[in-house]
Every structure is written in structure tokens, then in C-alpha cells.
Design a protein around this ligand. Structure first.
Ligand SMILES: [Zn+2]
Length: 190
């Protein structure tokens, strides 16, 4: 940290009435415990949003989805789930009742049997990883479906706009990929 940054932080701390501003390490720990404490199995959907999710699920196979990935259509139909973020072999989706679930999307490495059905995000994972996956899914999902912005957790006040993607959440050179900020569009900036 440069002297200039130290002074800026001290002034900010003085203004906010804190004895000292948090260090990046403290903020990182705060972020980790925020994620670990997150309820990742469902979100509360108001009836209008629930109806929106149901409609997007129903319309998915006809290609009217703003980001149709046609190979996912059979899974969307089978599970009744709207994909929010699609990873290599799994996707995280949202159901009209507010359930947030993982589902297998095929194309795994040879010998990987995958799985049927839906899984909660914290099944077989560290709780903090479930928080990461949950947040990534909601934030990226709301980029595809702006109506879902209403259910995205507020950005913690100690986070700043990501200097790499400038908040877009997408890799600047490979927009199909998430930025290194995990697609949040914000990051801990020292
Ligand atoms: Zn970024």
C-alpha cells in the first residue's frame, strides 16, 4: 500500500467513524464468511418472478430465450429449471418455486458418469464453494434475465468495480467466458 492509499484509507475511516478501515485481508475473510453463511438452496421469489421463471422454462425449447443453449433444452424440460450459469459439465439453475439447483449437462470427460436429477449446491462440496456457485449463478443469470436482478444479493460495501472487466463480469478478450472476478463485476481492490 502506498502512502497515498494509507492516507486515503485513514480519511475514509475517520469519515465513517471507524477506528481503522479494514485491511484487504480482513475484507477477504469477511467475504468468505458472508459466502459460507449464505443460504444457497433457494431464493424467495415474488409471484410475478416465479411466473417469469416458469414462462422462461416453458419457452426455452422454442429458442425465444435471450441466451438459448439448445443442447440444454432437454435438461430444462426434464427438470423444469432455468439455467442461470452454464459450466463445463454442470449448470446452476433456478426453478419457479425459488429452488436453486445443479444439474448435469453431459459432455463430461470419458468415464465420468455424471448424474441424474438435481443437486443442491452444497451437496458434496465445501459450504463456501456453494456460496461462490450461488453468487456466480445469480449475478450471471441476472445479466441474461434482468428481471432476476431483484434476487441478486447486494454487493458488499468493501468491494469495488472490477478493474479488468469494468463491471461487465465477462472476460475482456473472451466475452463467452466469465472474468477472473468470477463474473461478479466487482472484486477486492487494494
Ligand atoms: Zn471482472
Amino acid at each position: 500500500m502506498t502512502l497515498h492509499e494509507k492516507i486515503k484509507r485513514a480519511i475514509a475511516a475517520f469519515r465513517s467513524g471507524n477506528k481503522a478501515a479494514s485491511t484487504p485481508e480482513e475484507n477477504w475473510r469477511k467475504f468468505q464468511s458472508w459466502l459460507a453463511g449464505m443460504r444457497t438452496d433457494r431464493v424467495k421469489l415474488l409471484p410475478a418472478l416465479s411466473a417469469f421463471v416458469a414462462e422462461m422454462v416453458a419457452r426455452y425449447p422454442d429458442g425465444s430465450d435471450p441466451r438459448p443453449a439448445f443442447y440444454l433444452a432437454p435438461y430444462v424440460q426434464k427438470h423444469g429449471i432455468l439455467p442461470l450459469v452454464v459450466h463445463w459439465t454442470e449448470a446452476v439453475g433456478l426453478m419457479p418455486d425459488g429452488s436453486v439447483r445443479l444439474f448435469w449437462t453431459g459432455d463430461g470427460p470419458p468415464g465420468d458418469p455424471g448424474y441424474e436429477g438435481l443437486r443442491k449446491l452444497d451437496e458434496g462440496q465445501l459450504k463456501a464453494d456453494a456460496g461462490w456457485n450461488f453468487l456466480i449463478a445469480l449475478i450471471d443469470g441476472a445479466r441474461t434475465y434482468p428481471a432476476l436482478q431483484a434476487i441478486v444479493p447486494a454487493r458488499p460495501d468493501y468491494m469495488r468495480t472490477c478493474p479488468v472487466c469494468l463491471g461487465s463480469g465477462r472476460h475482456p478478450e473472451e466475452p463467452v467466458q466469465l472474468c477472473n472476478c468470477h463474473g461478479f463485476g466487482w472484486a477486492l481492490v487494494e
